[in-house]
Design a binder for this molecule. Sequence first.
Ligand code: NCD
Ligand code: ZN
Ligand code: ZN
Ligand code: ZN
Length: 437
Amino acid sequence: MAVDLVLSDGILIVNDRETVQSLAIDRGKIQGFYKHGKEPASRKTLDCRGLYILPGLIDIHVHLRDLNQSYKEDYESGTMAAAAGGITTVVDMPNSDPPVLSREVLDRKIKSATSKRYVNVGFYSGIPKDIKSFDTSMVPDILGLKVYPHSPLAKGTIYDSKRIRACLGLARRHNLPLLFHPDSSDKTDIATSKEEFFLIHSCESEIKSLQMFLDAKVEYEAKLHVCHVSCAATARLIIEHRAEHTLTAEVTPHHMLLSGGDFPHSDGHAKMLPPLRSPYDTKMLAQALCQKCAIDCVVSDHAPHSNNEKTAPFLEAASGIPGLETMLPLMLTEVFEGRISWIDFLRCCCSGPAAILGIPNKGILAEGYDADIVLVRRQERYITGTEFYSKAKITPFEGRHVLAKPITTIVGGEIVYHEGAFNVGPGIAGRVPIRKI
Ligand code: NCD
Ligand code: ZN
Ligand code: ZN
Ligand code: ZN
């Protein structure tokens, strides 16, 4: 019996080493691995000589907007950006307009994403001000609960220790991780200058917020996930609490690779929350990922905004940058230049994120796993925002030299993206919503 697809003679990473093998795909799953000449008969073969065969990346922190913010991004442009960026699963944040706080809004997002998808899409929900009114009917279709304790995203809700404990209790009751954006600024903190903006969203503010959540967590065995760690001291605090297996943390490529001092901050080009930090912080975050294991995963925090929103003067400009199309090239450049091992790359970009959210059958290349795969060429190029599929084209990585390019993206055994073109879709490959075990 012929299999559906053979990826022949590509470079597979086995125990941190590059090996040449072929991989067979059948009925959406990885069917097996073969030596050259031993491949099974197949309906289609892709010659992968010289290409890396990697698990599709799993990005558990993206804002795909849609609904009333479709001018910033929608599920079609956002998941095309993911596919072109070698990311086969994204998990969408709830701070949309309207926000995900009810089954009704979640259903609207699921419906829209189902018809527009090019990759797998999962969802989070927020927690309403009155926690008792949390809509438990959402639980089977979400992968976690997300809270924004800082102003203005907290929308007037005060995250004191009582509120944080109640959120952890809710997360635990429904066996969902609680994800939070560490920032302890409140609604009286209104920046009137650039300098104030950086002071309000300082490392002290990030640490203080993490400490509050850690203190509240003592009583609960809830899973707590720290979003976009940006400071050396935050990473250190996480290391001190590593014994708690229920504590996980993520870092973005921009906080690892860019420092704030390298940008003029006249407009919003490099404005995001948390802000870019010092060269010392970037260095320590890279170490935390590689050696100390404070970091479980890398995420893009893809946060698209319109051109006007980003080119406004710094204080008025929107926070957030696109990241779906830069994460893989940036991270693999770190691998190719020897700063990150293959093991750490695969752990942080593929298997780690799946483990944090309990996403089954994804994140590694193994027999019986979903055939979510990216083929990558080692190739010198420069990041160019105008080439993005995302509606957001302004990136602080503009012009950056990178060494990797996703060539082909396979989702559930379907070749979705190949050499700059989309073969199927929208609404064909991938599943919506992704559910946990
Ligand atoms: C995010 C957004 O635009 O939704 N912005 C950002 O700067 N990262 C919100 C967030 O992730 O905190
Ligand atoms: Zn062969
Ligand atoms: Zn955030
Ligand atoms: Zn975010």
